[in-house]
Design a protein around this ligand. Structure first.
Ligand code: NAD
Length: 258
């Protein structure tokens, strides 16, 4: 299927590794000029080199997207994106009794207010040009809260509520806004979380990884490439009638009928 994205421009946040990288690779493969952003230069350069080696168009910005300076650098490099992929690192796990106000503000900044700021800076341009695709990487925790990730459950639900309202007000002008909800995807973040869980329970890390994958109805973790393909479809010309949705990618782990 030709997704109709050739020649478009995308700002893909937190894209040197993991799910953001998967989205950038998939969009670049469709002929999108991707502006990829992350805090660490070496991993970002490696991802940019891989995209370029596959014939993709890529620019990079070394910045922390959670800071005003980082967002300014991103928007200076990509002032008029057709596609915005919002992403940042997730908040740490813990018992809610130990979370300070500062912990909550950090989670809200990274996983709710930063995407809203970037949408605010780009959505009117998209509306003016009659085309836009905004994809927010959130989490399956929005659909089924994860006990130790209270900061994530809360901050991402706040973003989800805001998006639900906005997405209905931009689609008439060709701008869709959707959320992708990852379950367990094979990324650094997942392995760090599983290692911490194994150590806390006194279990072997490799066994923990294997058992977690086996527990999933698909019998495995998702891949960043699968995640990126879903992102590319939501950004496609064909997806213009899909907005305000929360697409769960979890191999069937969520047990509900709807
Ligand atoms: P990852 O650790 O593999 O990659 C994170 C990427 O984000 C890296 O490129 C890192 O450099 C970049 N990054 C982090 N904070 C940044 C910042 N402030 N500014 C710029 N770049 C930044 O993580 P991932 O697994 O790809 O996760 C991406 C998001 O999806 C996270 O918010 C995570 O909590 C969420 N998530 C992931 C999973 C999963 O299974 N992997 C499940 C649910 C939710």
């Amino acid at each position: 299927m030709d997704l109709g994205l050739n020649g478009r421009t995308a700002l893909v946040c937190a894209a040197s590794k993991g799910l953001g990288r998967g989205c950038a690779m998939a969009l670049a493969a469709e002929g999108v000029h991707v502006v990829i952003l992350a805090r660490g230069r070496p991993a970002l350069e490696a991802t940019a080199a891989e995209i370029a080696a596959q014939g993709g168009k890529v620019s990079l910005v070394v910045a922390d997207i959670v800071t005003p300076e980082g967002r300014a650098a991103a928007l200076a490099a990509c002032p008029e994106p057709d596609i915005l992929v919002n992403n940042a690192g997730g908040p740490p796990p813990g018992d809610f009794r130990a979370f300070s106000r500062d912990d909550w503000i950090k989670a809200l900044d990274a996983n709710m207010l930063t995407p809203i700021e970037l949408i605010k800076a780009t959505v009117d341009g998209m509306i003016g040009r009659g085309f836009g695709r905004i994809v927010n990487i959130t989490s399956s925790s929005v659909k089924a809260p994860i006990e130790v990730l209270g900061l994530s459950n809360g901050a991402r639900s706040g973003l989800t509520g805001f998006i639900a309202g906005l997405a209905r007000r931009t689609v008439r002008q060709g701008v869709t806004i959707n959320n992708l909800l990852p379950g367990t995807f094979d990324t650094d973040r997942l392995h760090v979380t599983l290692a911490a869980r194994a150590r806390a329970a006194g279990r072997d890390v490799e066994a923990e990884v294997a058992a977690t994958a086996a527990q999933n109805p698909a019998g495995r973790f998702g891949t960043p490439a699968e995640f990126g393909a879903a992102c590319a479809f939501l950004c496609s010309r064909q997806a213009g009638y899909i907005t305000g949705q929360n697409l769960l990618l979890d191999g069937g782990a969520y047990p509900g009928t709807y």
